[in-house]
Design a binder for this molecule. Structure first.
Ligand code: AP5
Ligand code: MG
Length: 190
């Protein structure tokens, strides 16, 4: 199986590159952000809890996310592999993912770390905020998301360096240019 973790700051292009990866490699896509927004829309218990965190730009607690991910994983038919978008975001989540995949006889194949300059991230997210309807695409929440990314999520890069799975990808340039770099990295582990 080909299991790809797509990693990077808010606005780094995780969702955009995931769509292209799915088409090219036929993987399933799990975006924890999309799942949470679905729960919010359906006004489930989890959605109601998540809403407060998301609107403040904070991370939803690990236990809730890990349980949610296990359920989503079990609901999928066996595929060629999965692209994990926006998960893991903390060391405990990364360890939980490894355990879940090992229990299913597989593991993370590669972690792609999209690297984008801060100014560009803010520009992209403010631009998207004009049309996305996402309650977290406003300057105040964007700043908090970036802060949370730097303090809680970015340190995960070292965890995947330790696992021998980390590949840095320059995330600046056109979507196609970046996808060429992504393909090169995936083809190296296939
Ligand atoms: P999540 O939905 O994962 O949001 P995020 O990480 O903040 O990232 P985005 O989805 O905003 O950006 P992206 O990297 O996908 O970029 P995109 O491709 O859209 O999480 C939201 C919230 O949910 C979190 O803050 C947290 O509260 C909670 N949450 C989610 N997962 C969690 C977890 N595991 N644990 C705890 N809490 C969790 O691109 C952005 C924009 O730029 C788009 O408009 C796109 O068209 C444009 N763009 C893309 N590439 C380019 C390019 N090359 N050039 C120009 N524009 C581009
Ligand atoms: Mg996204």
């Amino acid at each position: 199986m080909l299991n790809v973790v797509i990693f990077g700051a808010p606005g780094s292009g995780k969702g955009t590159q995931s769509e292209l990866i799915i088409k090219e490699y036929g993987l399933d896509h799990i975006s924890t952000g999309d799942v949470l927004r679905g729960e919010m829309k359906a006004e489930t218990e989890l959605g109601k809890i998540a809403k407060d965190y998301i609107e403040k730009g904070q991370l939803v607690p690990d236990e809730l996310i890990v349980d949610m991910l296990a359920n989503v994983l079990d609901s999928k038919k066996p595929a060629k592999g999965v692209i994990f978008d926006g998960f893991p975001r903390t060391i405990p989540q990364a360890k939980a993912l490894k355990k879940m995949l090992n229990e299913r006889g597989t593991d993370v194949s590669v972690m792609l770390n999209l690297q984008v300059e801060e100014e560009e991230l803010i520009k992209r997210l403010l631009e998207r905020g004009k049309v996305s309807g996402r309650s977290d695409d406003n300057l105040e929440t964007i700043k908090s998301r970036l802060d949370v990314y730097h303090t809680q999520t970015a340190p995960l890069a070292d965890y995947y360096v330790g696992e021998g799975k980390h590949v840095a990808i320059k995330g600046m340039g056109t979507i196609e240019e970046i996808f060429d770099r992504v393909k090169e990295a995936i083809n190296n582990v296939k």
